[in-house]
Write a protein that binds this ligand. Structure first.
Ligand SMILES: C[S@@+](CC[C@H](N)C(=O)[O-])C[C@H]1O[C@@H](n2cnc3c(N)ncnc32)[C@H](O)[C@@H]1O
Length: 270
């Protein structure tokens, strides 16, 4: 790639980034040779990885539409990524232009590109933050201004393909609980997560180990382990399932074959 003017100052181009690797898998152009190199190592072990990312994005779209249908107009998207086709504000505002979205990410490229595409949209904003610091995210002025958190308004908290980057089970559970406690009753959580799947466990664990070593620590979790993170929520039908099983839409059917190792769930705070 010759044009690298999109790279914000301070980014080390030699260090692969979670956000830019994901962009590469989705066919975007905000990635660098170091990202593509790391991505290829992992794909050698799990060739279906780009398909996993696609079923993840398809779940994100279906769940946001479901949530707008359930009356939600405010979205807090943690680990939102580099914008690509079908961003949350496009989906939600496509159904109801009054919908509001706060994106949060800790990757400078994701932040810079999000700012660019959100310019002029007064109902969507991006915040540079670390979702592991729930207190800081929840105290953020933009988060509060746009989502009216203090006014008891129900929101949807999105944690799409990000919680597997919090490998410690206790920390992951404590984080979900901290956000849950700040949400008004009637709020929702939509979560997707890299799966430890019995059928393909050995292969996928090897890919996760490679990713942990070369990019960032991550942990695959089973259906039971993801369910254990949802304390205090009511799980919406069809439950904690693999992404293709969550309210499938004919638009998203890829091909008849085994389920992909990506778990998803929508849950509601009573
Ligand atoms: C695999 S991408 C998922 C993007 C989007 N949520 C989706 O599902 O299409 C994970 C994103 O989470 C971000 N991320 C990882 N750890 C984070 C953290 N501790 N705080 C904020 N963002 C984080 C990465 O920078 C990346 O953009």
């Amino acid at each position: 790639m010759t044009d690298q003017t999109w790279i914000p100052e301070g980014v080390d181009p030699e260090r692969p980034s979670i956000a830019r690797i994901y962009d590469f898998y989705l066919g975007g152009n905000h990635n660098l040779p170091a990202d593509r190199e790391a991505a290829r190592h992992v794909v050698e072990l799990t060739p279906e990885l780009p398909d996993i990312m696609r079923v993840n994005r398809a779940f994100l779209r279906r769940s946001v539409r479901y949530l707008v249908g359930a009356g939600i107009r405010n979205f807090l998207d943690l680990g939102s990524g580099i914008p690509t086709v079908g961003n949350v504000h496009e989906i939600a505002q496509g159904v109801d232009p009054t919908a509001r979205v706060v994106y949060v990410d800790n990757d400078p490229v994701a932040i810079a590109h999000s700012r660019e595409i959100l310019d002029g949209n007064d109902r969507a904003v991006v915040v540079h933050g670390d979702l592991r610091d729930a207190a800081a995210i929840l105290a953020d002025a933009e988060v509060n201004r746009l989502l009216l958190l203090g006014l008891g308004e129900p929101i949807a908290l999105l944690m799409s393909a990000v919680l597997h980057f919090v490998p410690d089970d206790d920390e992951a559970a404590a984080l979900v609980a901290a956000y849950r406690d700040a949400l008004a009753p009637g709020s929702y959580l939509a979560l997707s997560h890299a799966a430890h799947m019995p059928e393909s466990a050995e292969r996928n664990e090897r890919a996760a180990e490679t990713y942990s070593r070369t990019v960032a620590p991550m942990k695959l979790r089973s259906l039971e382990e993801v369910t254990a993170l949802l304390d205090g929520f009511e799980i919406i039908d069809p439950g904690v399932v693999y992404c293709e099983q969550w309210r499938p839409d004919p638009e998203d059917v890829v091909a008849a074959r085994d389920l992909l190792p990506q778990i998803c769930v929508v849950a509601r705070k009573p």
